[in-house]
Design a protein around this ligand. Structure first.
Ligand code: UN1
Length: 499
């Protein structure tokens, strides 16, 4: 299929794709595929006001009925899976299976949120006073702004939107400027769900497209109580303080620098499979991508040899071809950053295997690269930096304490894992003095998390939690209620105040 056939199959029409100011390129071949109309900064006040209006109606709709909208969204996503997945491939450069997987992640979170819509539970609490009852009520909070990144252009929106909507909040979505077409496709799918739902308020789900001025309007508006932002640590360090300054709530999902410890007892074949998928999948552009391999010195050389062999056989090329495993980087600046990181690694004493730009057997115009394995003498500055590319730094260790120290000794704290068959090592890794990350796994890689768990991480990753478990609480306000059903008015803490 040509790019325009893919876009038209997903329901995007000529007026959607032309006449605007924002050029959109496909990473597959660098071709300009659209010029999108941007939201004028002056229009943001109206967008936010419409969202406020929608909130007034939506917060009164019973949560299970709100869940019905998300159930319909899940149905529409199932029907449009192939078409939306193809746009993810076109616009983000993911291989077909990963584009489809991303849509599946959306369907999964919709299912989760539908169930949640009947499970918004609060606690009841024993009161210290006779004839009193205490409980918690969870109420909708208000508009949730969702600022998403290019690398999961649709799934991250759905994690936030599906939860926010069942929690009673309208959403305003600002996608990456690199991936507005996937967002527009999602909005068409959402519009079909809204039409079937029938009576959702106007302005419940909005999309705004543009650059920093649009983001700034969302981040600084006191009418937006929750800002969920996914992207670089640099972006988060700007967004977080601005939201905090107006006492808003931010849910930040920022950089990762994810490691795997491979112990001597590990099932090596399984470890190799996990390493290859998590280090080179999505061309190293997941926030959960494996970036550091911490291998026991007794098995390190053998492991590196096995990986080098596996890396040499990985098909690199057009992400639409069924056999391709490594598609392009998002753009040429991303490739320049990879080349620069490898130069820095060499300067810091690293031995680089692979990592060269690839121009043969791939579509012209795309930024294709061979994945790099880099043996490092120490965890130097470049290793502590997240470069969004398929670079895997390899470090050695002798004791588990040393390995855990290396794993934790970076600014980021998203995902981590250990390969071991020794339950004591696994227990230590998952313990309080083990991994300091938001995600810690045993005998699986750091990427490809299921939606059922809370997703996010510590330190410079930003501390936010999205997706499963009780992450929904981040989108609601908790109200503590004390009800006195007695005929007396006792004060707490035994205070006397008689008059
Ligand atoms: C991201 O890269 O921002 O765990 C999200 C994973 C995916 C989500 C990644 N489920 O790799």
């Amino acid at each position: 299929m040509t790019h325009s056939e893919t876009l038209h199959a997903a329901g995007l029409t000529a007026p959607d794709l032309t006449g605007g100011t924002l050029p959109v390129h496909s990473p597959i071949d660098g071709a300009e595929v659209a010029r999108i109309r941007e939201t004028a900064p002056a229009d943001m006040a109206g967008v936010i006001a419409a969202s406020q209006q929608a909130f007034k109606a939506w917060r009164d709709v019973p949560a299970p009925r709100r869940g019905e909208l998300v159930r319909l969204l899940g149905e529409e996503l199932r029907a449009a899976k192939a078409e939306l997945g193809a746009v993810v491939t076109l616009e983000a450069g993911k291989i077909t299976s990963e584009g489809l997987g991303e849509v599946q992640e959306m369907i999964d979170i919709c299912d989760f949120a539908v169930g949640l819509s009947r499970q918004i539970y609060g606690l009841t609490i024993a009161s210290e006073r006779p004839g009193h009852r205490m409980m918690e009520s969870w109420h909708p909070l208000g508009t949730c702004a969702i600022i998403s990144a290019f690398n999961f252009p649709v799934a991250v929106w759905s994690w936030n939107a599906a939860l926010a909507l069942v929690c009673g909040n309208p959403v305003i979505w600002k996608p990456s400027e690199k991936t507005p077409l996937t967002a527009m496709t999602c909005m068409k799918i959402m519009d079909r769900a809204l039409a079937r739902f029938g009576d959702a308020p106007a302005g419940l789900v909005q999309l705004v497209i543009g650059g920093p001025a649009i983001g700034e309007a969302l981040v600084t508006s006191k009418d937006i109580p929750v800002v969920s932002a996914t992207g670089s640590t640099r972006m988060g360090s700007i967004v977080g303080p601005k939201v905090a300054a107006r006492f808003g709530r931010s849910i930040l999902e920022l950089g990762g620098n994810n490691a795997m410890i491979v112990a001597p007892s590990a099932d090596m074949d399984m470890a190799v499979r996990a390493i290859v998928f998590s280090a080179v999948g999505t061309a190293g552009q997941r926030c959960t991508t494996l970036r550091r391999l911490i291998a026991h010195n007794s098995i390190k050389a053998d492991l590196v040899a096995k990986l080098a062999k596996a890396y040499a056989s990985l098909p690199i090329g057009d992400p639409r071809h069924a056999t391709t495993l490594i598609g392009p980087l998002v753009d040429h600046p991303a490739r320049d950053r990879m080349v620069a990181a490898l130069d820095k690694a060499r300067a810091e004493g690293g031995t680089v295997h692979g990592g060269a730009p690839v121009t043969q057997g791939v579509p012209a115009g795309g930024a294709y690269v061979a994945p790099a394995l880099v043996e490092m003498p120490a965890q130097s500055a470049v290793v502590k930096t997240e470069t969004f590319a398929p670079i895997l730094y390899v470090l050695g260790y002798d004791t588990l304490d040393e390995a855990i120290h290396l794993q934790n000794d970076v600014p980021q704290g998203l995902s981590s894992c250990i390969f071991t068959l020794d339950m004591r090592e696994a227990g230590a890794f998952l313990g309080a003095a083990g991994s300091d990350c938001g995600i810690a796994n045993v005998n699986i890689g750091p990427s490809g998390a299921e939606i059922g768990g809370a997703f996010g991480g510590e330190k410079e990753t930003g501390g936010g939690r999205e997706s499963g478990s009780d992450a929904w609480k981040g989108y609601m306000r908790r109200q503590t209620n004390t009800v006195n059903y007695s005929a007396a008015l006792p004060l707490a803490q035994g205070v006397k105040f008689d008059f």
